[in-house]
Ligand binder design. Structure first.
Ligand code: SF4
Length: 1008
């Protein structure tokens, strides 16, 4: 007689079943459980043979010597098969509704899942077709969808049959068919099914078929008085009752503390009294990290009181909601059954392989090559000096892969460029999937990765933990390759040639969420389990986490292929597919079973933030407790509650004033300079602190350039980092021409051109001929910069070239105009004149401050003269100092040039009429410092708002003196004159960084 034991919430027949099963000779009883957790548990408890439900069909087939007639199809092969079918349907015009989606990976996955659902529900293609045909008032467009879906499904099933392949559902059907003939033999007298809450249609059919051969005993929760809670198990109960199982109501036996017992007995029942939530606690955290920390802290405290870790369990709805949980257990020194894992795709070996394949996909993409050559494995396997190569990107731009590879061949003689090129070219060919697999497999073997790792370990450049990860990655790569080979064979794609792009897409898909185990879980540690996988277990202490909106109950989105409305109609047409409402009932059941697992203490927790608050279950629970007795304790890791050394170090390090004992402890743990290091950030704000650029005096300053002066004005700390410490940011050249390069292009072209017309009035010459000449000079300078690798001849570069030329043409036109208007002809006489520079024409400009001499250097773009009077011009291709900058003495370049002209060329200062900027992009002389009385002679002067010459010079001299004195005193405070630039070599160490953090928090407060 088959028996269904109807259990109360949280109860199980497992232990009795095991005891009873052990009375049989080994093999005469079979224990069937839903998943691996229970299989291990039953195995530990007794000698009874135990299988997971989905393995039962295999077992039946195996026992009847049928194991050779079927082969289980893998999931990737299912998807490949479906893709093939869709491809054929597309080619024959049989796929119109799904045409826009077909072959997209996301769609193929959804389709495979939906077909699995149909299959699992025991729906045959003919039944599906009949149901669709009977669907009244179905719009024509949707009938098209139904037809295509039915065709896909039936072709898929046919293909499996022809290839002698089976999915899990196929195996169920095969086993059911075999049993239904009634002629097969099974060794079992009794089958025990424990810890199930539902059976799908195929499982129910299998149970029915099995019941002809042996006794079946099943324990399942069902409580007619709690219909809401029993919704999850109602189908199973109804089906089994319909199969004439004898129904036996079992008494509850689990002993719990009174409050917990009350909760379990009354959960989801009407008309209950209210109690105090004794032994039931509620914790609210502000982040998942804090929730995890709160739970582990409580567990650590419990362990300290002597509670056995085996009596504690942590329950979550989904482990994916708690990334890094295992690491946190490790940080807190609490053993756990969770393994420590790391993501596969982020590791060096897969990263290298993916970049290798990406390069093969598009061999002429220089960025792909740069990414590949920057990987650790490219460096090790092909002897590429990655640092040197990266440095080269600062001075040379590679617009094509050929220019990059030739550069490597010439400048990196030790690198195996031909070898890596051969590998990439070989992988780039269209070939069968198996050929790809073999090539990568062979390469992995040839590269001898474990040998390399061993060598690196001996040389101390790799740690044991890294070797472990590497070995794990290599094994996983080999496994994926094997799985791919199988999938190609099963889907019939083993002889089909595919592109490397397609192969790469399959690799990425198969390795997407893979992880590498760094350390196995400790079986004696705290168990962390997903509630969906465990019911009817008891622990003295239960930590139920994640009671947050959208997490538990878990949000389930409607299936978009066939939504709930369509599923409801299909249900009436005898096609039973799950609807979203069923998931709600299942979640409610999971929550009830989780509550029932605690016998002494139940700790519930969640995290709440701006996006979601506590789950509806929390409010529901509150209805069981007396008013004002059910509150969440807020938790965040603090000095008072911190139970992990690492965390405590962080907290104390951030504390403004740690106590004496704390400081002592910190110094023991971190080092005696801890207190000093801790105060560094604050010292960055003190004027006299070395951390704010006060590094001590140096009496002599041998030389200073004009640009250094302006840099000091911009920010003294930036000057310190760039000029004294000479650090610079690595800034790879890009397709876009750098401003310094375009500036050079203008300067060099104008110097070349004007160099041939010194003291000539351009307005008297033929403009057309001058333009032609300017073009030739521009071409020469441009080509020279291209040859130096500073300009890339890409489509973008050529566009920019046109723009630069247009600027120069405009300059010529304006320059002719200026010269023609001048009543006193001040014409170019000297160009790009350096002073105080190596090999420069003029010596350094020596100025004395406090009786000490400082030498100044610079380069003047252009000096114009009529033989008696002089003006200075500085070309600017970008921004230039404003009038305010000049008048306040913050722009020191032009005043220094004036001083150089006066002192080094012995020009009377009354004959220097001024100095100014020529804004190339605006095609205009702009700003500067001028003798305003000369407006008549230089009409262009009247249009600008230039600053008074004498006043500016006075202010500038005073500022130059201050700067020299400050540098002598070693004073370089972080004090930007304007906004900090986007890139600054001082950013990481100056106080600006702290300022940014401060500003952000201030903004946050304001917003509130
Ligand atoms: S980031 Fe700003 S404050 Fe810091 S060094 Fe640069 S310019 Fe000065």
């Amino acid at each position: 007689m088959n028996t269904l034991y109807c259990l109360s919430l949280g109860e199980t027949k497992r232990n009795e079943f095991i005891e009873e099963a052990q009375q049989y000779a080994y093999g005469e009883a079979l224990f069937v459980v839903p998943g691996n957790y229970f299989r291990q548990l039953v195995k530990k408890q007794g000698t009874v043979r135990t299988v997971i439900m989905d393995y039962l069909p295999n077992e039946i087939l195996r026992l009847n010597a049928k194991e050779k007639v079927y082969q289980r199809i893998s999931r990737p092969a299912q998807e490949m098969l479906l893709k093939n079918i869709m491809q054929e349907m597309l080619e024959t015009g049989k796929l119109t509704y799904f045409e826009p989606l077909a072959l997209r990976d996301g769609f193929v996955k959804n389709l495979a899942a939906f077909i699995g659902e149909l299959s699992r529900s025991g729906v045959a293609p003919e039944e599906l077709s009949r149901a669709f045909a009977a669907w009244d008032n179905r719009p024509v467009r949707l009938q098209e969808k139904d037809k295509e879906l039915t065709d896909l499904y039936s072709t898929y099933r046919e293909r499996l049959q022809t290839r002698n392949l089976y999915d899990v559902d196929g195996l169920y059907r095969l086993a059911i068919n075999m049993l239904e003939t009634g002629t097969k033999s099974l060794p079992w007298k009794t089958l025990y099914f424990s810890e199930f809450y539902q059976f799908d249609d195929l499982q129910r059919d299998l149970l029915r078929a099995l019941s002809k051969y042996c006794h079946i005993k099943i324990g399942i929760f069902y409580d007619g008085q709690r219909p809401e809670l029993s919704k999850a198990t109602l189908n199973a109960y109804g089906d089994l009752a319909g199969m004439n199982f004898q129904l036996v109501k079992e008494p509850a036996v689990v002993k719990r503390r009174a409050s917990l017992s009350f909760l379990v007995d009354n959960w989801q029942k009407m008309g209950h009294k209210k109690i105090k939530p004794q032994n039931i606690s509620l914790l609210e955290a502000a982040s998942p990290e804090n929730e995890m920390a709160g739970v582990i802290t409580s567990i650590k405290n419990l362990l300290a009181t002597g509670v056995n870790p085996q009596n504690i369990v942590v329950l979550v709805r989904s482990l994916a909601d708690y990334a890094g949980f295992s690491d946190l257990f490790h940080v807190y020194g609490v053993p756990t059954s969770l393994p420590q894992v790391t993501s596969f795709s982020g590791q060096a070996l897969p990263d290298f392989l993916v970049k290798l394949l990406k390069t093969a996909v598009n061999i002429s993409n220089v960025e792909n090559w740069q990414n590949l050559l920057a990987t650790e494995f490219a460096g090790t396997l092909f002897h590429i000096d990655r640092e040197k190569l990266e440095e080269a990107y600062n001075t040379k731009f590679f617009s094509t892969e050929n220019s990059l590879l030739s550069f490597l061949k010439t400048n990196f003689p030790q690198a195996d460029i031909e070898e890596i090129l051969a590998v990439v070219k070989d992988l780039g060919k269209k070939q069968t999937g198996n050929e790809f697999v073999k090539k990568i497999s062979d390469a992995l073997e040839q590269w001898n990765i474990s040998g390399l790792a061993g060598k690196a370990y001996q040389e101390n450049s790799l740690k044991l933990a890294q070797i472990k990860i590497l070995a794990g990655c290599e094994n996983f790569c080999q496994k994926i390759l094997q799985d791919m080979e199988l999938a190609f064979a099963q889907s019939g794609n083993d002889t089909t040639k595919i592109s490397v792009e397609e192969f790469l897409a399959i690799c990425l898909d198969m390795s997407k969420d893979a992880t590498i185990t760094l350390q196995k879980g400790n079986p004696k540690g705290i168990q962390v389990l997903e509630v969906a996988n465990v019911q009817a277990l008891t622990f003295t202490h239960v930590f139920l986490m994640g009671l947050r909106e959208g997490v538990f109950p878990k949000i389930k989105f409607e299936n978009w292929l066939y939504n709930d409305k369509e599923r409801a109609v299909l249900h009436d047409l005898d096609i039973n597919l799950q609807q979203t409402s069923a998931n709600v009932a299942t979640d409610r059941y999971f929550f009830g079973t989780a509550l029932a697992m605690a016998t002494e203490e139940l700790h519930i927790s969640y995290y709440a933030d701006d996006t979601a608050g506590p789950s509806g279950y929390i409010e529901e629970l509150g209805q069981y407790f007396q008013p004002d007795t059910w509150h969440a304790a807020k938790f965040s890791v603090s000095k008072a509650n911190c139970a992990a050394k690492e965390e405590l170090l962080k907290i104390l390090a951030q504390a403004p004033e740690p106590g004496k004992r704390e400081t002592q402890w910190l110094e023991n743990e971190v080092g005696t300079d801890f207190s000093l290091k801790k105060t560094v950030d604050r010292k960055r704000w003190l004027l006299d602190s070395p951390y704010n650029g006060k590094i001590g005096g140096k009496e002599e300053i041998p030389s200073l350039s004009a640009s250094s002066l302006d840099l000091y004005v911009e920010c003294p700390f930036k000057y310190l980092v760039s000029k004294e410490w000479k650090t610079a940011i690595w800034e790879p050249l890009t397709e876009e021409i750098k401003p310094t390069v375009s500036g050079d292009l203008y300067h060099l072209t104008l110097a070349r051109f004007l160099g041939k017309h010194l003291q000539e009035d351009l307005s008297t010459l033929d403009k057309k001929a001058l333009t032609k000449e300017l073009l030739t000079d521009f071409q020469k300078e441009y080509t020279s910069l291209v040859q130096k690798g500073l300009i890339a001849e890409t489509p973008l570069g050529l566009q920019e070239k046109k723009f630069y030329w247009s600027v120069l043409v405009k300059w010529l036109e304006v320059e002719i105009g200026y010269q023609s208007d001048e009543t006193v002809k001040l014409l170019p006489s000297q160009l790009e004149i350096g002073f105080g520079l190596a090999n420069s024409k003029w010596p350094a400009l020596k100025l004395t401050f406090d009786n000490k001499v400082t030498a100044f250097s610079g380069q003047i773009d252009r000096i114009d003269t009529d033989g008696k009077n002089y003006i200075i011009t500085d070309y600017k291709s970008g921004s230039f100092p404003s009038g305010t900058d000049i008048v306040s003495g913050k722009a020191l370049q032009l005043p220094l040039y004036v001083l150089a002209l006066e002192n080094l060329c012995h020009i009377n200062k009354d004959n220097i009429w001024g100095a100014g900027y020529y804004a190339l992009q605006e095609s205009k002389r702009k700003s500067g410092m001028w003798n305003k009385e000369k407006e008549e002679a230089l009409p262009w002067l009247s249009s600008g708002r230039s600053k008074s010459f004498g006043e500016v010079m006075e202010k500038a001299m005073a500022n130059i003196a201050i700067i020299v004195q400050s540098i002598r005193k070693g004073s370089f405070p972080a004090n930007p004159w304007k906004k900090c630039p986007a890139y600054c070599p001082g950013y990481d160490i100056c106080r600006y960084r702290l300022n940014t953090v401060l500003n952000l928090s201030e903004e946050g407060e304001n917003n509130e």
